[in-house]
Design a protein around this ligand. Structure first.
Ligand SMILES: NC(=O)N[C@H]1NC(=O)NC1=O
Length: 299
């Protein structure tokens, strides 16, 4: 696979090179990248990976129904053994080998094959799911639910999955070290009705495995936010992957004199979340009392 380049570097190359680099982003459908480079005006307005993905997505969405169907049918079936199907591209081999499908038990395999076949017979195109990093449980659950939809509903759902696959392919091929996304936090003490001041928080990156580890230790300020601004900022730090906050709530409530018994009901609270877009702002707050907590993706 070609070496990652930033969007800016990629778009400064001749059209033929851009089209060839992006040719496999939509499975067996180089026409998407070819249409992209033909539209010089739209190409010139692209600065980020999100904008590049959106421009390619728009080309697909504007194409005819027949062309969309051809795109769906260009996808290989999901299979329990990578290498079993000859038409797997390098990209789908990598994706399928990173899904949990290799560890199906005999009973799960039988269910998978029968649902997968029923889906294709019903819809006239393969069951498509962005499977990179998916577990076998997610794949089986999605297949079990989606096989009950009408072909018209599935046409839309499958197309969204095709865009998701394209997004993940772009992320694996593009260097996003110049991206501008950032991560912030805010802790509100809903037991006392105030910002949680002086709470310790750790941040770990869990994946990708080669970048896993502790990435920050923080203490909240008098507004319950991280002193010094975002926990992660910019494409070198703020990378796509799975993360975990650890909120040291037990010691915080102890400092407030809140009685939570000898063994605190909530002591350290781990909160796992994913970052999927290196250009976005992810605000991941915690609302906490000695007996409950919640979060949401804020802004
Ligand atoms: N059928 C299907 O979903 N195929 C795929 N999914 C994915 O993530 N890569 C594929 O090739």
């Amino acid at each position: 696979m070609s070496a990652p380049v930033t969007v800016k570097d990629l778009l400064s190359k001749p059209s033929a090179e851009i089209a060839s680099f992006l040719g496999g982003i939509y499975e067996h459908s180089a026409w998407v990248a070819e249409a992209l480079v033909k539209d010089a005006e739209s190409l010139a307005s692209i600065e980020t990976i999100s904008q590049l993905a959106a421009a390619m997505k728009a080309i697909v969405n504007k194409s005819s129904k027949d062309q969309k169907l051809e795109l769906l049918c260009a996808h290989p079936d999901l299979c329990e053994k990578v290498g079993k199907l000859e038409m797997l591209t390098v990209e789908s081999q990598e994706e399928q080998s990173r899904s949990g499908l290799q560890s199906l038990t005999d009973a799960e395999l039988e269910r998978f094959n029968s649902l997968n076949g029923a889906y294709r017979d019903q819809c006239g195109f393969p069951f498509i799911l962005a499977v990179r990093n998916a577990t076998k449980h997610t794949v089986l659950a999605a297949l079990g639910g989606r096989v009950q939809h009408t072909p018209e509903q599935e046409f839309m759902v499958a197309l969204e999955q095709v865009h998701k696959i394209a997004w993940m392919r772009l992320l694996s091929k593009i260097d996003t070290s110049d991206a501008q996304g950032f991560l912030t936090c805010h802790v509100l003490d809903t037991g006392n009705g105030c910002p949680a001041e002086k709470m310790r928080i750790h941040l770990h990156r869990l994946s990708p495995p080669e970048m896993a580890g502790l990435v920050g230790e923080f203490v909240t300020n008098d507004d319950g936010r991280l002193e010094g601004g975002p926990a992660l900022k910019g494409g070198k730090e703020f990378t796509v992957g799975q993360y975990e906050w650890t909120f040291f709530c037990g010691e915080y409530f102890a400092s407030k004199g809140t009685f939570t018994s000898g063994q605190p009901f909530l002591d350290t609270i781990p909160l796992r979340f994913g970052i999927d877009n290196p250009d976005d702002h992810y605000h991941v707050p915690l609302l906490v009392s000695p007996w409950s907590f919640s979060t949401y993706r804020g802004s």
